[in-house]
Design a binder for this molecule. Structure first.
Ligand code: HEM
Length: 336
């Protein structure tokens, strides 16, 4: 993908990473044969789905506003595209096909032995692509925005030094084990997710009433049947859990700092928690670390646009506007 970039130049990192993550997601979900075909249109519809998830959507999901109409048209069109993909896969591989998520959903059976229907497979594909695309691409962009500003150059240097050590040990080999060694990069991404969680709140339905006791000792009764919103944009920044919470400080998750999980099992909830916690967490970290290890090994980069603002108008807030980055090629050698 990055072979398209020149020897040096300026790019909108946000747009580049959005494209790349859509390609990776479509390859992993649908397989090689559809990756190239569907890229342009699907990327546009995914953007319209996200743009149609406004704050007002939580209260009035069907309010007749232009963003909701675009969302509904995009969902219908995605349904058509994916239905074609499911039926052509079923026709081409009647006895089991390639090793990807599409095939896995087609082959799945319910406990009573019933097969999944085409509508169910299409619905799950749309939701997995939606859940995995925007979240990972905005986290990749925020990682760049955080690491490439001058104030964080020590963290950038630490992440580059880690890549040098890993290249010296493993050369160009890139697989699951090698990714597990990238602790510094992992913490850089984890800290990005603390400050810029793509989901701003978790929602739960109270199936029975219960009482919440605050640190100050106040008690609140949550009645049965209510929806409870847990605002992770706020509790990822609680000062009694995270020292200097507004600061980008990946080392707070390092050994001996005592901040990792300091507020209990649910103090860090960028991927949610409990029964409905994100199923894509491990995949997301792998994807983002593959992308950023490649960039750190092959490019010198610097942000040339202001640090992006957050687009708070949508339910899954991401960086607003462009994230312009100047790059020049380098080659990290195994001898480094
Ligand atoms: C940086 C990337 C990601 C972030 C920050 C993220 C975050 C989240 C959050 C906060 C939830 C709600 C959890 C809850 O309510 O407790 C969630 C659910 C979910 N995520 Fe992710 N996610 C990411 C990537 C992915 C990827 C790559 C996939 C799939 C390939 C994925 C699939 C899902 C699914 C299917 C659910 C619903 C789980 C359920 O309701 O049982 N996510 N994610």
């Amino acid at each position: 993908y990055f072979a398209r970039w020149g020897q040096s130049g300026t790019v909108d990192l946000k747009q580049e990473l959005e494209h790349l993550v859509t390609l990776v997601a479509s390859r992993c979900l649908f397989g090689e044969e559809v990756r190239a075909k569907m890229f342009g249109e699907v990327a546009t519809h995914l953007r319209e789905l996200n743009d149609g998830m406004r704050l007002v959507t939580i209260m009035f999901p069907h309010l007749p506003i232009p963003a909701h109409r675009r969302r509904d048209r995009a969902r219908a069109r995605l349904g058509e595209i994916f239905s074609d993909i499911v039926s052509s896969r079923k026709a081409s591989y009647p006895d089991g096909g390639p090793d990807d998520m599409l095939q896995c959903l087609i082959d799945s059976r319910y406990k009573d032995g019933r097969a999944t229907t085409e509508t169910e497979v299409v619905g799950m594909l749309v939701s997995a692509l939606f859940a995995g695309q925007h979240t990972s691409s905005s986290t990749s962009t925020w990682t760049g925005a955080r690491l490439l500003v001058r104030a964080n150059s020590e963290h950038l240097r630490a992440a580059v030094r880690e890549q040098e050590r890993i290249v010296a040990r493993h050369g160009d080999r890139m697989d699951y084990e090698v990714l597990q060694e990238m602790d510094t990069l992992h913490r850089c991404v984890k800290e990005v997710l603390r400050l810029h969680p793509p989901a701003m709140m978790l929602l739960r339905h109270a199936r029975r009433s219960f009482t919440v006791r605050t640190r100050e000792g106040d008690e609140y009764e949550i009645p049965e049947g209510r929806t409870v919103a847990s605002p992770l944009v706020l509790h990822n920044c609680l000062p009694h859990v995270y020292r200097d919470p507004e600061r980008y400080e990946p080392n707070r998750f390092g050994p001996g700092r005592g901040e990792d999980g300091a507020g209990g099992a649910f103090s860090y909830t960028a991927f949610g928690g409990g029964r409905h916690a994100c199923v894509g967490e491990a995949f997301a970290y792998m994807q983002i670390k593959v992308i950023w290890s490649h960039l750190l090994r092959n490019f010198e980069m610097e942000m040339v646009s202001p640090f992006p603002e957050t687009d708070w108008n949508v339910v899954m807030p991401g960086p607003k506007g462009k994230a312009m980055v100047r790059y020049s090629r380098k080659r990290m050698s195994a001898a480094a």
